[in-house]
Write a new protein. Structure first.
Length: 478
């Protein structure tokens, strides 16, 4: 089947003010030759480590429909499939703005200290059966990721779902003005990226920048249980956002959780969604996911979608890699389970992962094990925030804890000796200590900030398929 046309040369010239010497049609947009697909428009972005211009010729050889560049690649003909612009990042942003202007899609923007990527993915999942959905891939949520996601949105899209992230003030405002969301979701405000802020109030204000691109017809979806709800609601009103939908357990929430039963492979949720009583299943376990599902249903309601159909679709939700995906590793003498939470971490998401692990049921003689890497960008309180995880680990009945990194050393010191598995300087050093200790019947959660690279531990565990292990081994160290 022939891919539909996303950008013509004429449209791209009109959007960017660039010049081209050839007619071409592109079916996608890419800034990375490693993931480029034939027919993509390749944009040569200048990054901190690489200049995309060095890969422009490779992009054309790999089947790119055209390349967006600031100058001709060496040896390239002037009449080739190229769009020459003054600045390629500005051109990408111009394409994103043009894509937003030409679409009739209802745009939903999502931000929050934690849960934004999962909520965005959940929205994409439930709305895909209700229309043509265009959504950010992965966590493309910054000054180049958001315009790239917008530039990939087809003219005929019914829904556009875009994540907006930040770790400094002032970063979300231009993204919101570019996307002009009809609905803005803020999952929660917590002390994440606190190394760059003087207070959590400042973090809330930075998240509230998501309202900058909205008008009186917009809808703000906010967490009623969060301490900064009133501050966010006031910011939305100051921006002129016309409607507020609150979600949570609070009695005044418009979308309110009324019941929750968490199981091994999912959760059963009861909720009142703006007067509609729903009883639905989420295919992934975790109280935090149940709460995010309320935000999702509020957003679906706000864009006029079918809330009942959306709730039913949550039963087939699967956790993305690194965000709660479960793996069963078969050994010669049984199996153990891995909960892969290695994508990122903060104090809030750590607590949620620990709670989920605490509700999991190990096999016979099995243990609940946590392998935890450093949480980053926490500022002056990082040592105490790491040490404080000892309480939730003990309360949730975690049997054994492995830690990696200089910051996690504070947790290692705070743990009772009976819970100590091993500590190491980094994930590479920790991995063999974990695999030596794991046994049949165990269930292990692996989590840490992206920079702690705890995916190394996950891969080491998955590579144990087919091996023999002695039950209930423990390796102490530190």
């Amino acid at each position: 089947m022939t891919a539909s046309i996303l950008w013509t040369a004429k449209d791209a010239v009109a959007a960017t003010g660039g010049r081209t010497g050839a007619a071409w049609n592109a079916s996608g947009v890419s800034i990375d030759t490693r993931t480029l697909r034939p027919g993509d428009l390749f944009i040569a972005i200048k990054g901190p480590n690489f200049d995309g211009h060095a890969f422009a010729s490779k992009a054309l050889a790999s089947g790119a429909a055209a390349v967006v560049v600031e100058h001709l690649p060496e040896g390239a003909p002037e009449d080739g499939p190229m769009l020459i612009v003054e600045d390629t990042l500005t051109a990408l942003q111009d394409l994103g703005v043009a894509a937003r202007q030409r679409t009739r899609a209802s745009v939903i923007a999502v931000t929050g200290s934690v849960g934004k990527t999962g909520t965005k993915d959940m929205l994409k999942h439930v709305l895909s059966s209700q229309g043509n959905v265009s959504a950010s891939e992965g966590n493309l949520n910054n000054h180049w990721g958001l315009p790239l996601s917008l530039a990939r949105m087809p003219r005929e899209a019914d829904y556009g779902i875009f994540e907006m992230g930040m770790n400094h003030p002032g970063e979300i405002r231009p993204l919101s003005r570019m996307a002009r969301p009809r609905v803005a979701v803020i999952t929660t405000v917590e002390p994440v990226h606190s190394a760059y802020f003087n207070s959590v109030e400042e973090i809330a204000d930075a998240k509230a920048e998501i309202f900058a691109g909205m008008d009186s017809g917009g809808v703000a979806v906010l967490n009623r249980d969060n301490d900064y709800f009133d501050r966010l609601a006031a910011a939305a009103a100051d921006q002129g956002v016309g409607t507020l939908l609150a979600f949570g357990t609070h009695e005044s929430a418009d979308v309110r959780l009324t019941g929750l039963v968490q199981g091994e492979e999912g959760s059963r949720v009861q909720a009142n969604v703006a007067g509609t009583m729903l009883d639905y299943t989420i295919g992934v376990s975790g109280r935090h996911l149940a709460m995010n599902s309320l935000a999702v249903l509020a957003a679906v309601h706000a864009v006029g979608g079918d809330v009942r159909k959306a709730a039913a679709a949550l039963a087939t939700l699967m956790a993305p890699a690194g965000r709660g995906r479960r793996h069963q590793v078969r050994l010669k003498n049984g199996f153990f389970n891995v909960i892969d939470e290695s994508y990122n971490a903060s104090p809030v998401s750590m607590n949620a992962a620990i709670e989920t692990l605490g509700k999991a049921n190990p096999g016979t003689a099995g243990r609940r094990i946590a392998a935890l890497g450093d949480m980053l960008e926490l500022g002056e309180k990082e040592k105490s925030l790491h040490a404080a995880l000892s309480g939730p680990l003990q309360r949730n009945g975690i049997d054994l804890v492995f830690t990696a990194g200089s910051r996690m050393a504070a947790l290692w010191q705070a743990l009772p000796s009976s819970m100590k598995g091993a500590h190491a300087g980094n994930s590479e050093e920790l991995a063999p200590k974990v695999t030596q200790s794991i046994g049949a019947g165990d269930i292990i959660t692996v989590k840490g900030s992206a920079g702690s690279n705890m995916g190394v531990v996950v891969r080491a565990l998955l590579d144990m398929e087919g091996r023999h292990t002695a039950p209930s081994q423990t390796v102490n160290g530190g």
